[in-house]
Design a protein. Structure first.
Length: 100
């Protein structure tokens, strides 16, 4: 959704999941995602970004968060409450991109 608007900002969207590549590929295909989905097997990246969750009996997960990272690699904005804001999240991200 809104991919053309992201392209006007020259933004690259990348998803990161602790799931294996095969599962990520199935997910992307089933929901029609048009961006990269990287596999963070073991959760090292998720831990570094503070989005790793470990639930006893269920395993490790990566909490859905959004990071705006500038071309120099600096984190400029973090959205931590993405799950409860899905209907408005894309607009919020686009508004922050417009501020950069």
């Amino acid at each position: 959704r809104d991919l053309e608007q992201y392209r006007t900002f020259n933004a690259q969207i990348v998803g990161v999941s602790v799931d294996p590549p095969e599962k990520n590929a199935q997910f992307c295909s089933s929901v029609g995602l048009d961006f990269f989905m990287l596999s963070d097997i073991g959760g090292a990246v998720s831990k570094l970004y503070g989005s790793a969750l470990s639930i006893p009996g269920f395993g490790s997960f990566s909490n859905r968060q959004t990071y705006l990272i500038d071309p120099k690699g600096n984190i400029r904005w973090v959205f931590t409450d993405v799950e409860s804001r899905i209907p408005t999240h894309s607009k919020e991200v686009l508004d922050k991109l417009a501020e950069l």
